[in-house]
Design a protein around this ligand. Sequence first.
Ligand code: 13P
Length: 308
Amino acid sequence: MLVTGNDILIPARAGKYAVGAFNTNNMEITQAIIHTAERLRSPVMVQMSEGAIKYGGQDLANIVLDLAERASVPVALHLDHGSSYESALKAIKMGFTSVMIDASHHPFEENVHETRRVVEAAHAMGISVEAELGRLGGIEEHVVVDEKDAFLTDPEEAVRFVEQTGTDYLAIAIGTSHGAYKGKGRPFIDLARIQRISELVSIPLVAHGSSGVPAELVQRFRDAGGEIGDAVGIADEDLQQAAQYGIAKVNVDTDLRLAMTTGVREVLKKTPKEFDPRKIFGPARELMGQIVEHKLRVLGSVGQAPGC
Ligand code: 13P
């Protein structure tokens, strides 16, 4: 069933589990996300970035909406990193049930102002909103506290931000970063900061940049002819702990990109004569389903769909 972000994330925060929010760019990715969630009786969020909207537009949104409406578990369609009021409103008109306004690169007051505008408009239409406070980007464990504070979300500021904007959920900077390259070695995740913020802020918290970039997947990508440097993502244990501390939405894009292209590469390498798209994208869809399953199990959302 198609639901709002709040419908999915408020129970998640209360139940101390997190929901996977996976980015989609086509039908196969969408099917892998929603069908896996149904099989595992898990709520799930499917998100499209502005780039995905540019690429797939209403056609892609309709694929997600149709699968969501027919799904036996709660599914929300979310705008990832909306850059403006106009962008958020456009997504709502397209049928999105959750939107992010990311004005985190602006000074605090301007971030509040932009977010507030989106919250007022979205709430009038029954749509939930995600905002962001802090600067995303990998940081190393040895970075001194003062420098961390410059990047990461300040707990007291988070309280004021939530009060002044009325945002439904809040993306916080805790050391994660987008993409496959998250610094040298495992990224440092500031779990104590998550704990402190969730003591002060009761709305669901969001972690961006949460791909695990599994070593086996990276190896398969390489074996199938792909080129990728030393890619290391977030440890499963860190995500589990983060969910205990109040992270209710976990954003994953890179892992599915890697799975999709690994699946395609493997078929093309093994059977260079193959040109039936179903035989090329089918195995990729299967591999993405395995990645989604792993993530849902790690986050603890399996079996959390109503009626279980
Ligand atoms: P990854 O690049 O780690 O998958 O993060 C995606 C994300 O945060 C989208 O908003």
